[in-house]
Design a protein around this ligand. Structure first.
Ligand SMILES: [Fe+2]
Ligand SMILES: [Fe+2]
Length: 323
């Protein structure tokens, strides 16, 4: 990769023109291609934040692995949480192709300098939260991520294809947990409804601020990273939830939710963004706990990283002496 400073003005213009061409043709940008600095930085920020979200996102659910109500549920939840670890790893690898090291990204996360999705700063007090997370949080993730399979940056788009396949399993397992609870006792139905009440609004906030307060969206759309606006995606998500909520028999906690024939879209209440900003500012129910746990896991894993590095060093030496 050549840094723009190493290119002459003419070469730089030619590189920019080629980049613009690839974007105009809706082609892919690959790690070997020249790209504007701002494009690279935007992608590093977005992909690393996405990777951090997958990794931190394991915590609220792993909390329930040992307490899941049956062996079958334990096995399913364990597989789901393990998938999220895999998603984090694909995404860290995709970010690395842009020139940032994994160690650096991890450092940013554990020092609290990097963002991850605010949704994972909420707590999971009941088993029904596993259902609501799968149905609503993984559901929102799918709506956000399916269009990212066509993101202009090749390694990101390809990672998303694989991730999305697994996310749809996650959403179905959440739906199925809620369905079973809703067909159970009165107390189980109440527990499911309570979890939906707590996760519904935070899941809508996962799409980010309203379009008129999302200044970076236009550039991301011009670069074919983002394909739909935050509000469009949110609308799509609600459209997907309404019929599913009917099948489940749960009520979505918005008294103003109604189909608007004229707009061909759902009307809904204003989102309370003050809560979103509080959680984003680190004052959510579990922000400190999530980072503390991540830091601990990183420290406890130091010996694994050292052992792997030592093994790699020995293998390299062996190969050298064989050559
Ligand atoms: Fe995931
Ligand atoms: Fe997931």
């Amino acid at each position: 990769m050549t840094a723009p400073a190493d290119l002459t003005v003419v070469e730089n213009e030619a590189a920019q023109a080629r980049f613009d061409d690839l974007i105009a043709q809706d082609s892919r940008i690959e790690p070997r291609d020249w790209m504007p600095d701002a494009y690279r930085k935007t992608l590093i920020r977005q992909i690393s934040q996405h990777a951090h979200s997958e990794i931190i996102g394991m915590q609220p659910e792993s909390n329930w692995i040992s307490r899941a109500p049956s062996l079958k549920r334990k096995a399913i939840l364990l597989a789901k949480v393990q998938d999220e670890a895999g998603h984090g790893l694909y995404l860290y690898s995709a970010a690395q192709t842009l020139g940032i090291g994994r160690e650096e990204m991890m450092q940013q996360l554990i020092e609290g300098r990097a963002r991850y999705s605010s949704i994972f700063n909420y707590t999971t007090p009941t088993w029904a939260d596993m259902g609501a997370i799968g149905w609503l949080v993984d559901g929102a993730a799918i709506c956000n991520q399916v269009p990212l399979c066509r993101a202009s940056y090749g390694p990101y788009g390809r990672a998303m294809v694989r991730i999305c396949k697994e996310e749809s399993f996650h959403q179905r397992q959440g739906f199925e947990i809620l369905l079973e609870l809703m067909q159970g006792t009165e107390a189980q139905r109440e527990m499911a409804q309570d979890a939906v009440n707590r996760w519904y609004w935070p899941s809508l906030m996962m799409f980010g601020p309203p379009d008129d307060e999302s200044p970076n969206s236009a550039q991301s759309m011009a670069w074919n990273i983002k394909r739909f606006s935050n509000d469009d995606l949110r609308q799509r998500f609600v459209g997907m939830l309404v019929p599913q909520a009917e099948v489940l028999g749960v009520t979505l906690p918005d008294p103003n939710l109604a189909w608007n024939e004229e707009r061909q879209a759902y009307d809904m209440s204003e989102i309370d963004w003050t809560e979103f900003h509080e959680v984003l500012a680190g004052r959510g129910p579990a922000n400190a706990e999530r980072l503390r746990r991540r830091r601990e896991a990183h420290e406890e894993g130091a010996w694994v990283r050292e052992a792997a590095a030592e093994y790699a060093r020995k293998q390299a030496l062996k190969q050298q002496s064989a050559a």
